[in-house]
Design a protein around this ligand. Sequence first.
Ligand code: DGT
Ligand code: CA
Ligand code: CA
Ligand code: ZN
Length: 577
Amino acid sequence: MNNQKIAEIFNEIADMLELSKENRIFEIRAYKKAALTLDSMQEEVSDILEKKGIEGLMEIQGIGKGLAEKIKEFVATGKIKKYEELKKQYPIDFSNLTRIQGMGSKRAFMLYKKLGVRNIEDLRTVIQTHKVRELAGFGEKSENELKNGIALLDASKGRILLGTALPEAELIMKSLAASGLVEKIELAGSTRRMKETVGDLDILVISDNSKKVMDLAERLPETQSTISKGPTKITLWLKIGISCDIRVVEKESFGAAMQYFIGSKDHNVKVRQIAIKKGYKLNEYGLFDMKGKILANENEVEIYKKLGMQYPEPEMRENRGEIELAQEGRLPKLVSLNDIIGDLHVHSKHSDGLNSIEEMVIEAKRLGRKYIGITDHSKTEYIAHGMDEKRFLEYSKEIDMLNKKFDGEIKILKSAETDILKDGSLDFSKEALDQMDYVLASVHTNLTMKKEEMTKRVITAIESGKMNILAHPTDRIINQRPSIQLDMDKIFEAAKANNVVVEIDSYPERLDLNDENILKAKKYGLNFSISTDSHRLQHLSFMRYGIGMAKRGWLEKNDIVNVMPLEKLIKIFNKNR
Ligand code: DGT
Ligand code: CA
Ligand code: CA
Ligand code: ZN
């Protein structure tokens, strides 16, 4: 557990350095990058230290000597002196306070200095007593913004990101499967439906030794404690902070159990009504006729068939019209991960990514991608080390060089994640934009603009005749930051009219567009890209979460652009530039 703890400390050090009067931007970036690395690293730093010493740490991307020494210090003493010293100067719970929308380290510090706010509870109090609005630089609007931010944070408690839940479920299922105790194991619940956040994990097992399966589950490294344990069901509390239901079911009724526990509840309720109308009964043990004779139970597909329905993929099961389509035999044929041959939103060391372009390309190639668009940030993204026109030229040369080197094995597309500035203009010169194979653009600043103004800003960019992809359109961060205010209908209308592709950003904290917006956008006949917004090698595998959203939004292969061969894709991009 050292890695996460150290990541948190490094992030806090970065927060505190931002308060320094001197310009510490390089140090700040180094700490932030290291935190990102540590957070998603598989191997424990203490194991690395034991095996290879401090040199082992320095082999890790983004960890130099100074940071390696701090990690070693933490493993040895449980503390980092630099952090303790800064903390004396700033006794503030930055890591939780900065989770609140509208709160950066500077504001947190102001609130501490003027009102003695050290943590979220203190902040609640001073908001309630309206002390925040009286502060210079805050006002009533800021006070309300912070109040809403806290409410959002409260509401999010208890649900975790799909990007955390799914890998965790896979680890647990892998261990159980490897034991040889189970004949079959399947994921159910919201995680199986690829919902953006998950309340608890649901796993179904066939085994003739349910006691042993449960005993094993209790001893897994992921398990914190046992909440309840019966003959066929165990509920565990996991270290990641959610519970996990594991049910052992009979082989004969496995299909019925799957149909029931995949859900959603709303979908099930409607399907059961259909069964009742036919004079049947449907529950987690099977589909029965009037006399109680079993019609189907072992196989989910068979259950739907006997009800006169096509089999709906789990991602669609939300009672949003899929049941009627399944009855009419008109379900869409959903896009799948295998259809994807390119990734159009990827960062490198040139801005806030951790790896070189070449490293990202090699990994993309390993994943079977035929092309990869590199999209580092533009200059307005100062903290992210965004590129100005001069640095874009170096970046551009490097991409040309790499394309020669890879010689068609994979094509590297030249792009940049170009900020849509306050007035709707794009954050690169015309010359730079013209050099790109396509332009990916997004909003990153002035996030609190009013709906009308924000909508106009984004449409101005869409109509510029320069941009190709609108990246993470609503800019929400799940559980942390609400969407920017946009009239989505107007945005989709403009995107359609100007041949602009809308992105489904697969980064687990974003998943933007989300399923509901995708369903809406599909009605406008838009083109979608599904990309990872990778900031390091491992992120290139986030694609499956974007696919999950796309399937939840009923998208088919021909709605997506990065399934197309490169020549066809470039034609689409060139149409409006
Ligand atoms: P979550 O855990 O809040 O992210 O969402 P789910 O969908 O995983 O919900 P959960 O874990 O409470 O239950 C798993 C599935 O079991 C759910 O999707 C459908 C089924 N289920 C649970 N309760 C009911 C119920 O009262 N009626 C019906 N028909 N199905 C239910
Ligand atoms: Ca669940
Ligand atoms: Ca459950
Ligand atoms: Zn990005």
